[in-house]
Write a protein that binds this ligand. Structure first.
Ligand code: AFP
Length: 322
């Protein structure tokens, strides 16, 4: 099996971007170790204890955020970072070539129940005409990502990543401590009989999503003429990993629970990186109005409607909005 760096070189990824990716992955190895310690991690300690002095009692998502931030800002490759856990962007090296958005621990409500969680990251080129402290650097659409990926801390620690030459699947090999390529060019099957949505919000959805889901639930006697299965992990990393592995549609639609907040998922560090991965694997990543990666961001914490996965099923869903 191929190691990460040669696999990236084969895709002609520039050396400084390979080094940045390796920096990100160094942090994920520490987080993977901490996650695997579960409730023991506070008392047993780890190398993290030396990096984040006196803060071992912090919640894992906060620890993960600090680890990512520190390691990226010290690397010299990064002009600024933005994170789900930070109010605004954090400046790094003025000469850094890249900016990184990340969700250090997506699905954090799963931490306490020992269920799936993961790290999502998205890398853009840093504009040269803005100061490192300027958050406007992050207002670039998903189309301009140079790399996106997630690490899923499950029974195995898996990395799924793209640099624009297909979506590749790696597993952390604990015997030598590095990620090994297990599958190149994942392909999302075009058709599916599986959907992922938080059904408890049904009464709050707009009419098109109500009708689409109700037709799926009608099964082989309904208009779709086939039975559908539902899965919901409550961590986008887990649900998207399933979609990339065996197909499916994943959606967090608009809802009217809170008129101030019609969408739940974040554009910069959830929807955009997952869209890049899904599209590079032959799937579609949309809102009801268009491609997610075409959206011009207005805020680093902006939220967005998400409908992504198997091409034909996403198209079937979008047909209800026409
Ligand atoms: P948390 O990280 O706050 O647990 O949120 C996870 C998430 O952003 C995304 O990963 C899930 O798909 C979605 O929210 C789950 O939403 P529900 O809480 O409505 O199930």
């Amino acid at each position: 099996m191929q190691r990460l760096a040669p696999a990236l070189r084969e895709d002609n990824v520039p050396l400084d971007l390979i080094s940045l990716i390796e920096t990100i992955l160094a942090a994920t190895k520490e987080i993977s170790f901490r996650v695997s310690q579960g409730h023991l991690s506070d008392s047993m300690g780890s190398t993290l204890d030396e990096n984040i002095q006196g803060e071992v009692q912090k919640k894992l998502d906060v620890v993960a955020n600090e680890l990512f931030k520190d390691i990226l800002l010290e690397s010299g490759f990064v002009k600024a970072v933005s994170s789900e856990e930070e109010d605004t962007s954090v400046a790094g090296d003025e000469d850094g070539k890249y900016i990184v958005s990340f969700d250090p621990l997506d699905g954090s409500s799963n931490i306490d129940i020992n269920s799936l969680i993961g790290t999502i990251f998205s890398i853009h080129q840093a504009p040269t005409d803005m100061a490192a402290s300027n958050p406007d650097m992050f207002k670039q659409s998903g189309n301009h990502q140079v790399c996106a990926g997630y690490v899923l801390y499950g029974p195995s620690t898996t990395l799924v990543m793209t640099t624009g030459s297909g979506t590749h699947f790696y597993v952390l090999d604990r015997t030598h401590g590095g990620y090994l390529l297990v599958e190149r060019n994942l392909q999302v099957p075009e058709d599916t009989q599986e959907f992922a949505i938080n059904m408890s919000n049904q009464r709050f959805w707009q009419q098109p999503m109500q009708s689409y889901i109700s037709d799926l639930l009608a099964g082989d006697t309904g208009p779709r003429g086939k039975n559908f299965n539902m899965r919901w992990i409550a961590a986008m990393v887990g649900d998207i990993h399933r979609v990339l592995t065996r197909g499916g549609i994943f959606t967090y639609p608009a809802d009217n629970r809170n008129p101030e907040k019609p969408y739940k998922l974040r554009l910069m560090y959830e929807a955009n990186p997952m869209s890049f991965l899904i599209e590079q694997a032959g799937g579609l990543a949309m809102t009801s109005q268009g491609r997610i990666m075409d959206i011009a961001p207005t805020d680093i914490h902006q939220r967005v409607e998400v409908i992504m996965g198997s091409k034909n099923e996403v198209e079937a869903c979008l047909a209800y909005y026409k």
